[in-house]
Design a protein around this ligand. Structure first.
Ligand SMILES: Cc1cc2nc3c(=O)[nH]c(=O)nc-3n(C[C@H](O)[C@H](O)[C@H](O)COP(=O)(O)OP(=O)(O)OC[C@H]3O[C@@H](n4cnc5c(N)ncnc54)[C@H](O)[C@@H]3O)c2cc1C
Length: 319
């Protein structure tokens, strides 16, 4: 039986949705599931980890693990992987996941696949699917080691409603301090905002919004929808929007239920970050804009007229 170890994605003490998605997929392929949770004061997350579908919970709870640090976090994952005898070790698509996964693979001397969109297991043969060349092709990769460390792209797997695991908590010893680099403080501009990676709806703005007033208009629509707010690189390069909100090849990859592209042309590098969204709605005044080639719903019009109408209609629907 396959044994899948999922690395719990915890941000500021909150368990993120990717953990349930990965555990749901593991259950769907009939695997035995375990989760490793790393942090400080995280014991209260155990019921959530069980409800997310894990059958064993490896808990590394130590004040020294409060702030993310790739070295010690990797040691905890390696410890859990060895104890569990995992043959698949899955990380969600986050900056921390991408930093820790290669370290774990190197320490276990096994294959590492970043950016996977599917993982298949037949008998003992592991294969993955991963997009390449800005999503133009999908590679099917056969893994020749019996174990695989994979970073799974956001939204690749769906969470199954009502899956349950069993409580079997294993406490991990805290790893030795990694003195090569010590993170003292995390400064976050983004506190209180909806994280793009978790958002069910993402509203993104492009150069069509022109300036701060246009951006604010689109941001209001995002706030009405309780959506994550994203942007194209053009608006980041122009200095209007911080890079952590950029969607695309050199930004974040998102796969929400609804992606609204407002005043965005649909350059291939932007599509690389949002093409996996379930439903795409585009507003653009140019009927030939490439974004309409991937949009499920397209509104040809001036965003300065269309966005207020959308907001008004939303208000009516709510009342
Ligand atoms: C190596 C590399 C990496 C890159 N990585 C990324 C990335 O990660 N993410 C990313 O987004 N880009 C990336 N880019 C940049 C990308 O190629 C595009 O330049 C960028 O996505 C364009 O942004 P945009 O759609 O906002 O602007 P534009 O291409 O200028 O499009 C603006 C759109 O707004 C429409 N418009 C104008 N006025 C209005 C109005 N009043 N109402 C409605 N519509 C209007 C126009 O018709 C147009 O289609 C990358 C480029 C390179 C070379």
């Amino acid at each position: 039986m396959a044994k899948v170890l999922v690395i719990a994605d915890i941000k500021q003490g909150v368990l993120k949705g990717s953990t349930t998605q990965l555990l749901s997929k593991a259950k769907a392929i009939g695997a035995e599931t375990a989760v490793v949770a790393i942090g400080s004061n995280i014991v209260s997350l155990i019921p959530g980890l069980v409800n997310a579908g894990s059958d064993t919970q490896y808990i590394a709870d130590d004040p020294g693990l409060e702030l993310f640090s790739a070295g010690p976090y990797a040691s905890c994952v390696v410890d859990a992987a060895k104890q569990f005898g995992a043959n698949l070790i899955w990380f969600g698509f986050s900056e921390s996941g991408k930093a820790v996964a290669p370290r774990v693979a190197a320490q276990l001397d096994v294959a590492c696949a970043t950016d996977s969109t599917d993982v298949m297991l037949q008998a003992d043969q592991i294969e993955i699917i991963r997009p390449a060349i800005t999503n133009k092709v999908l590679q099917r990769v056969k893994i020749h080691t019996g174990q695989l460390v994979a970073v799974v792209r956001a939204g690749a797997f769906e969470a199954t409603e009502g899956i349950m695991g069993t409580e079997n908590v294993v406490k991990l010893s805290p790893p030795a301090a990694d003195l090569k680099a010590v993170i003292r403080q995390i400064l976050s501009e983004a506190s209180g905002e909806i994280d793009l990676a978790d958002a069910n709806i993402v509203v993104s703005v492009g150069r069509g919004a022109k300036d701060q007033a246009g951006i604010d208009l689109v941001k209001e629509l995002a706030n009405d929808l309780k959506a994550g707010f994203g942007s194209t690189r053009a608006m980041v390069d122009a200095g209007f929007i911080p890079h952590y909100k950029q969607v695309g090849q050199t930004g974040k990859i998102v796969a929400p239920t609804l992606y609204m592209a407002i005043g965005i042309s649909g350059a291939i590098q932007h599509l690389a970050g949002m093409k996996g969204s379930k439903v795409i709605l585009a507003v653009n005044k140019d009927p030939e804009a490439p974004i309409f080639n991937v949009a499920d719903y397209g509104i040809v019009g001036d965003l300065f007229e269309v966005v207020p109408i959308l907001r008004e209609e939303l208000k009516k629907m709510r009342s």
